[in-house]
Structure formats: structure tokens, C-alpha cells
Write a new protein. Structure first.
Length: 290
């Protein structure tokens, strides 16, 4: 049985900020609500960064306004926190506003296990470290899910872990470390433990991408209000993701994207070391091996 999911990412409600057209967010949320109600999905996913943060009082107001906009949607909604939802607010603040737990969880839909990997998305800013921290508890939770599942996984998160190139990205080409978690390779290794197909969908990086690593397909979805790919106009991006033996992902708006593929449980041969560190190759160069 197929699963239909309506997806919105990086709403960024608030004042315009760089290329984020947060001033258009609520009007575009009304468009998304109409789209979701017409599409009649099994559920809706919000991939996080509902606001462009300012300060605690302002952020509480902005989050409440976005939560109100989601009330027009008839299908069940699952939220994930982005970094801007956490700059000045706690997880508990978001839980109270959205009326649901924001902890890691799974549930089954059709023949798939839906994984809401709500790994900590707060950006730390200390003298010792600036950026995300992939907490061990979040990594271990993901590993256990991958090890024990008895069906394909759809892993939903705010921050992608594919490690894909950021060439051309307005925000991250020159700031690639801010596009993912440090030690993201450990998250990929955790997912690779799965004996079934795995598909990952994230937000955060504000563009539509497809990257396959170790037989696992990683998707990132364009922001609702981003404009760096759309000549200053908000992208108005939202999508319908359909899960079956074939996965179909169709992003609407000014930056449309469509991709269909058949997920696989096949994993790849592990990469070899750098040539300079490969003991066998070094021995052959010395003539010790033939």
C-alpha cells in the first residue's frame, strides 16, 4: 500500500533575511494548506526552521503564528525542529506551541517505517565550538532503528547527513561545515546497518538535491521562502512524496523538481584508503609485491 506525504521545509516566517523572503511565509502557508488538503496525504511533514529567529519573545510569537497557519490543514502533521526554531527557544517551547512531542520517534505507514529523527538542531556558539553537535544519544537511537527495522525506512530530519557538495549554494558553498553535522559519516554508517531500503529527506540547505551514498538515497527540499534560485522571488516550494516500490518526489513552486527512483537495500563496496596510505599499493611501488 502506497504512502502519500505532503512536505514543507524552512518556512522562515519573519522579516526578510538575506535571500529568505520570510515576509511572504504566511501567504505561502495558505497555499500549502490548500495543496495539502487537495492532495489528501496520509500525513504532513514540516522539516523545521519555521521562523527566522530574532529573540525569545519575538520567536514565541512567530512560532505561534506558523502553528496557527498549520491548523488549516486537515491531515495529521508531524513537526521537526530546525536550528532557527532553537536559537532562542527550547524544545519544550516548540512542543507547547505545536501540541506534540518533539522527541525522536517512529511509526509505520503502508509498508514503510517513518523515522522522525529529531536530532538536536541547535547551533552552538562557544569559544570552543561553533556549529551543530551530533549528540551520541541521537546517533545511537538512529543506529538501533536501522538495526532492528523489519521494513524500508523513510528518515526525516532537518539537517542532512549525506555530505553532498555545496557548490553554488548561497549560504553553504563557503560554509560547508554549517550544512551538516560534524561526524555525519557516523550517521551514514548507522543507516548502512539497515538490511532494507532507506530513503532520507531533509531541509536546512535550501535547495532541491538528490545524492546517493552507499545505496541510500538522500533528498533535500527547497525552502518555502528561499529566493537565491528564483531571482529574488520566494520559491513557494512544497512537495508530495509517494512511497511504494518506487518512490516519487514532486516539488511544486518556482523551483520545481521531480524525481522517481526504486530504493534498494544493496550497499556499496567500502571506499579504499588514500593511495598514499594504502599499504599494498605502497609495497608494490617499492617492488616488495608483484
Amino acid at each position: 500500500m502506497s504512502v502519500r506525504i505532503a512536505v514543507v521545509a524552512d518556512i522562515h516566517h519573519g522579516a526578510p533575511s538575506a535571500t529568505k523572503r520570510g515576509d511572504t511565509a504566511l501567504n505561502l502557508m495558505a497555499d500549502f494548506a490548500r495543496f495539502a488538503n487537495d492532495a489528501r496525504p496520509d500525513f504532513v511533514v514540516d522539516l523545521g526552521d519555521r521562523i527566522s529567529d530574532i529573540g525569545r519573545d519575538e520567536d514565541l510569537r512567530l512560532e505561534r503564528e506558523v502553528a496557527e497557519a498549520f491548523k488549516a490543514i486537515e491531515a495529521p502533521i508531524h513537526h521537526i525542529n530546525g536550528n532557527h526554531d532553537r536559537d532562542h527557544l527550547e524544545v519544550a517551547d516548540n512542543e507547547a506551541i505545536l501540541g506534540q512531542s518533539m522527541m525522536n520517534t517512529t511509526f509505520d505507514a503502508g509498508g514503510w517505517r517513518i523515522v522522525l529523527w529529531r536530532a538536536d538542531s541547535k547551533i552552538m556558539r562557544t569559544p570552543e565550538h561553533t556549529g551543530f553537535i551530533l549528540r551520541e544519544a541521537d546517533l545511537l537511537w538512529l543506529s538501533r532503528v536501522a538495526q532492528t527495522t523489519d521494513r524500508p525506512l523513510l528518515v526525516l530530519s532537518h539537517v542532512p547527513v549525506s555530505g553532498h557538495a555545496q557548490t553554488g549554494n548561497y549560504y553553504f558553498e563557503r560554509n560547508p561545515s554549517a550544512s551538516t553535522y560534524p561526524m555525519a559519516e557516523r550517521a551514514r554508517a548507522a543507516l548502512a546497518q539497515c538490511r532494507f531500503p532507506v530513503v532520507c529527506l531533509s531541509g536546512h540547505v535550501h535547495w532541491n538535491t538528490v545524492t546517493t551514498v552507499d545505496g541510500i538515497t538522500h533528498l533535500t527540499q527547497q525552502s518555502l521562502t528561499e529566493s537565491f534560485t528564483t531571482s529574488g522571488e520566494p520559491a513557494g516550494a512544497f512537495a508530495l512524496l509517494e512511497l511504494d516500490e518506487t518512490v516519487s518526489w514532486q516539488v511544486q513552486g518556482r523551483d520545481p523538481f521531480a524525481f522517481s527512483f526504486r530504493p534498494t537495500a544493496t550497499r556499496w563496496t567500502p571506499p579504499m584508503p588514500a593511495f598514499s596510505q594504502h599499504v599494498e599499493l605502497a609495497a608494490k611501488r617499492r617492488g616488495d609485491l608483484t
